[in-house]
Design a protein around this ligand. Structure first.
Ligand code: ZN
Length: 448
């Protein structure tokens, strides 16, 4: 470090440039669409499925419950026309490239092809659609157009610098042709963080620098699951144990995965917890207790894999269905005998605090918040509530009860941040347009 500071310059020893390309993304099957909608729009897997189902019923998208990411050969001819009309619908005016062969593979389509917008969509009035449906439709349309576009081209630059007898490297990338990325951005995808472009450098140049420092880094603990990462994990689970020819892989099917997550939340085994604008799925105390109590074999994806394998044998008439059922029954009996004596865990009852001011569904208390049990509703109150902190109060259960039933509660000894004085007030709670709580105070009149 000291030596570097003495020299106060670095010599460019080598500049390596490589031209690279990035392939366009694949079309959506249900799971990949649910993941993307969770990542970019914040919707749960269930919400996305509901929006998509509704769009399908309005004939604006093709069949939603699919696990294919390709189209069939007979669709090749109509594809350019479809792409052009749906692109126009969303205001794309520039030239449109349609490399149909990138998305066509009949051998990878079983019952249903990937989800794409329909021709009907190009003529429909989209203004009347609910916001969620509009956003999901835009995502599906953007993906169709991106998947047939040209690859993204960029130059990757690596610079090797020498300073104070040490070697340093810097890398960057310069996009030379945005290709499919340009379309994704038109369709509302935010720019992802990219390596910065480096200035043009030539070998042998001396670069002055002003500061040298050593930064200490920390490795982060693994992150909690979001719906996006959990769906990916469910898709992969047990893949190693599952035979290649098994029809179904992973936990659940594209159609049931959303329902599995919703059920775990509704039954109080998982909480949705918001942290820095990202909703994480976190096990509740009940969820953790359940996992501790359930026999190992039931928790293992290997069991599902084994059953799948046997079902396949039944299908191929290598195993009698009666035999399969006998085995299942024997296994269940074994589990019950083994675990029957163990102390039964008591599931904590869901604690209902009141009715949601937005939709009237039950509001439930979890470890960190009171939240509306309707998955489509965003209403919730954090226990560690910033508003209450600011007025020197702590949000308690009786207060929430009263706010939910009466719409207001009386607060004693609030703290004024400005004057440092204490005061009493009635706090009124309403829900704003975003279904979030908003507060208003009415001050107690002082006795003359
Ligand atoms: Zn609600």
């Amino acid at each position: 470090m000291d030596r570097c500071m003495q020299e106060k310059q670095a010599i460019v020893e080598k500049v390596e440039e490589q031209n690279k390309t990035e392939k366009p993304p694949q079309l959506f099957d249900l799971t990949s669409l649910q993941r993307e909608a969770n990542r970019t729009l914040g919707y749960t897997a269930k919400q996305t499925l509901d929006y998509l189902q509704s769009l399908y019923e309005k004939k604006l998208v093709t069949y939603p419950r699919t696990d294919s990411r390709y189209l069939t050969g007979d669709m090749e001819e109509m594809l350019p026309g479809l792409c052009r009309s749906v692109a126009e619908k969303f205001g794309w005016k520039a030239e449109l490239i349609v490399n149909a062969d990138q998305v066509i593979n009949s051998s990878k389509v079983t019952d249903h092809h990937a989800v794409i917008p329909t021709r009907t969509m190009a003529e429909a009035n989209l203004d009347t659609l609910p916001k969620g449906e509009q956003e999901v439709l835009m995502l599906v349309t953007g993906r169709l157009l991106a998947s047939v576009a040209d690859p993204l081209k960029y130059t990757k630059t690596k610079v090797i610098l020498k300073a104070g007898g040490e070697t340093f490297t810097a890398s960057g990338r310069t996009v030379t042709d945005a290709g499919w990325r340009q379309i994704e951005q038109h369709f509302g995808k935010k720019k992802e963080k990219e390596a910065p472009a480096l200035p043009k450098l030539t070998e042998g140049t001396a670069l002055p620098f002003s500061k040298a420092e050593c930064r200490e880094g920390k490795t982060e603990p693994p992150k909690h699951y979001t719906e996006d990462s959990l769906l990916a994990e469910m898709e992969k689970a047990g893949a190693k144990e599952t035979p290649d020819e098994a029809e179904r892989k992973g936990l659940g099917t594209p159609t049931t995965r959303a329902a599995i997550i919703e059920k775990l939340v509704a039954k109080g085994f998982l909480d949705r917890v918001l942290d820095k604008k990202v909703k994480y799925l976190i096990p509740t105390a009940t969820g953790t207790a359940l996992i501790g109590a359930v026999p190992e074999i039931i928790k293992s994806p290997a069991m599902t894999a084994e059953w799948e394998q046997k079902l396949l044998q039944v299908e191929e008439k290598e195993l009698q269905p009666e035999e399969f059922m006998r085995e299942i029954a024997a296994m269940v009996r074994g589990i019950v005998q083994e675990n029957g004596q163990k102390e039964t865990i008591r599931m904590s009852e869901r604690k209902i605090t009141g009715k949601c001011p937005v939709c009237g569904t039950e509001v439930i208390e979890s470890q960190k918040e009171w939240f509306c049990s309707n998955a489509g509703c965003r209403f919730g109150l954090w226990k560690n509530n910033a508003y209450f902190k600011k007025i020197g109060q702590e949000l308690t259960e009786p207060m929430v009860r009263e706010l939910l039933s009466e719409g207001h509660t009386f607060l004693k000894d609030c703290l004024s941040q400005r004057t440092g004085k204490r005061y009493n007030a009635t706090l009124y709670m309403t829900a704003d347009e975003q279904q979030r709580p908003s507060f208003r105070m009415e001050f107690e009149k002082r006795n003359p």
